[in-house]
Ligand binder design. Structure first.
Ligand SMILES: [Ca+2]
Ligand SMILES: [Ca+2]
Length: 229
């Protein structure tokens, strides 16, 4: 009895006590842990679901954002915002040039005048003017002649009677109005075996237009028309 009791009491007591602890607490704890695990699983499910939804939203947003810039550059070449201002600037520069005289040219009314510092034949002078975007000057009025007379002493102008002797024409093909312009005394005289090119003289005893030898090296006046501002 004593052996049985001894052997059983501590072991059995221990076993029972432990078993009771386990058996008593196990259903409750298991239920609690199940509940908590279930709750954790539910929570995880919710978290994962919301994360998945967020991922889907992010992906769709990325696609939308990537598509919208892709369409914007596609529409930009259609409008060509970079090239249109460029061409507008180009035309603005051109119009600015047309409204103002180049450096070294003298502005007056709607023209720019260039008085050469060099000398050349009438043909050489005309070539030089055309190389600068103008031509030998065409004098359309007494006022223009007066203005030019203040710039030179003697210079080639853009008139010639090479086509028909005595019929003076401007370089643009228009006839020279002999009556409206002032000629130097006795001119044109086609002196010295033929004078077919026109110059402007501003000398005390010899003022006005004159015909002269086309090959004579003389200064010249170029003219370039500009649009009035
Ligand atoms: Ca002549
Ligand atoms: Ca003459």
């Amino acid at each position: 009895m004593a052996v049985f009791f001894r052997s059983r009491e501590p072991d059995g007591g221990f076993e029972v006590a432990e078993y009771r602890q386990i058996s008593r607490s196990d259903p409750e704890a298991a239920a609690a842990t199940r509940r908590s695990r279930q709750a954790e699983i539910k929570h995880l499910q919710v978290v994962l679901l919301s994360f998945g939804l967020l991922c889907v939203l992010q992906a769709s947003l990325n696609i939308a954002l990537r598509l919208s810039p892709a369409t914007q550059p596609g529409s930009q070449p259609g409008t060509q915002p970079g090239t249109l201002p460029g061409t507008e600037e180009g035309t603005q520069d051109e119009t600015q040039e047309e409204h103002s005289c180049p450096q070294g040219w003298i502005p007056s009314s709607s023209s720019c005048y260039y008085v050469s510092s060099q000398r050349a034949s009438w043909d050489g002078a005309r070539q030089a003017c055309r190389a600068r975007g103008g031509d030998l000057v065409i004098i359309n009025s007494q006022q223009e002649q007066d203005f030019l007379s203040g710039l030179v002493v003697a210079a080639w102008v853009g008139m010639t009677d090479r086509g028909t002797e005595g019929v003076w024409m401007w370089v643009d093909g228009t006839p020279v109005d002999k009556e409206r312009l002032r000629w130097a005394p006795g001119q044109p005289d086609d002196a010295s075996g033929g004078e077919d090119c026109g110059d402007l003289r501003v000398m005390r005893s010899f003022m006005g237009l004159n015909d002269f030898d086309c090959g004579f090296p003389a200064p010249w006046i170029c003219e370039k028309n500009i649009k009035p501002v």
